[in-house]
Design a protein around this ligand. Structure first.
Ligand code: 5GP
Ligand code: ZN
Length: 114
């Protein structure tokens, strides 16, 4: 069992108390479709452990962070067309992080460059 938070919507999704469209799952990482997509492809890459955000990361999280990055590579390799994508992290409330459980937005099929 991973460290979970009873009040966290992503922990509830991870524990299958709330349904979601699962794209990928292993022991440590879950990828779901974002409920409010901002691009033709919009996935959320979520560690199963309740890590709040990057500020909360410790060296012991290195394996799961690397695993998440390998999942990014896998998702990119499975895209139709070019393996191009935007990886967005809203880190902290003032930067637009609404859910206090670390997640990476994987977006593709629309040029979001800035
Ligand atoms: P944040 O603003 O925290 O970076 O992103 C939270 C994201 O989670 C938003 O893009 C929002 O659409 C998505 N989201 C919020 N609640 C749910 C839910 O219950 N299911 C799914 N699949 N996505 C959600
Ligand atoms: Zn959580």
């Amino acid at each position: 069992m991973h460290k979970s938070n009873d009040d966290c919507i992503f922990c509830k999704i991870i524990n299958k108390q709330i349904p979601s469209d699962v794209i990928y799952e292993d022991d440590d990482v879950l990828v779901i479709k974002d409920i409010n997509p901002k691009a033709p492809v919009h996935y959320l890459i979520i560690p199963k452990e309740h890590i709040i955000n990057i500020n909360d990361l410790k060296e012991s999280h290195a394996p799961v962070v690397w695993k998440m990055m390998k999942v990014v590579q896998k998702l990119a390799s499975e895209l139709k067309g070019a393996p191009s994508f935007n990886l967005v992290i809203n880190n902290g409330k003032e930067a637009g992080q609404l859910v206090s459980h670390m997640h990476w937005h994987f977006l593709a099929g629309k040029n979001l460059g800035f």
